[in-house]
Design a protein. Structure first.
Length: 202
């Protein structure tokens, strides 16, 4: 089986368009109407510049008013290593949730500034050698700095502008696609209702 795995360099032109297109592709591949809810699971902490990608995305999406779409993790209520299991347990309260996991990560120097969109779960804390439960039907990670040494300090000395630009692209692409999908469902439902015959008129 070929799994979905695409990347976007945010320093290149039209990065928002490319991310939005890839996000739409992975949703088309992995999402179906059997899912009852969509959970945007934003992992990270506002106490570290490099690790605040998830909370920033959650902050930008928490006001999104779409039925059955829920945001876990924001600047005010971050999801991090100490409370991750609490939020994972909350997923049990949904019948069949589709989880979009978002987190910052470290990587090679030449890959800094790339956003990865992958099919399958992510492993939070792997970049700083923490063993935490995996989460997500799909994962979105932003490579914010270089890996290999003193990871915690590296995250704390990451440029906020890079993380903010990533958060803008990720949150904007998710909002655009989820809104478009919601409006398409509403139109389909409206058309189905309007074409249902009224037997009382016969």
């Amino acid at each position: 089986m070929i799994f979905f795995d695409k990347s976007v360099d945010i320093s290149k032109p039209f990065s928002f368009i490319h991310f939005s297109r890839h996000f739409e592709e992975i949703m088309d591949k992995t999402y179906n109407n059997d899912y009852t809810d969509t959970i945007i699971f934003c992992i990270g902490t506002d106490r570290s510049t490099g690790d605040c990608l998830g909370p920033l995305v959650g902050h930008k999406l928490k006001d999104m008013k779409i039925d059955n779409v829920h945001v876990f993790g924001s600047l005010d209520e971050p999801v991090h290593a100490k409370n991750l299991k609490i939020y994972l347990n909350k997923l049990v309260g949904f019948e069949n949730p589709y989880v979009i996991a978002i987190d910052a990560c470290l990587g090679k120097t030449e890959r800094i500034g790339y956003i990865n969109i992958k099919e399958g779960p992510l492993s939070p804390g792997a970049g700083v050698n923490k063993n935490l439960p995996s989460v997500g039907n799909i994962s979105i990670t932003g490579i914010v700095n270089v890996s290999g040494f003193m990871e915690v300090m590296v995250l704390q000395n990451t440029r906020l502008s890079l993380v903010m630009n990533m958060a803008n692209i990720i949150s904007g692409g998710i909002r655009y696609n989820l809104r478009k999908a919601y409006e398409a469902r509403q139109t389909l439902l409206s058309n189905a209702i309007s074409t249902t015959p009224n037997f009382e008129s016969y």
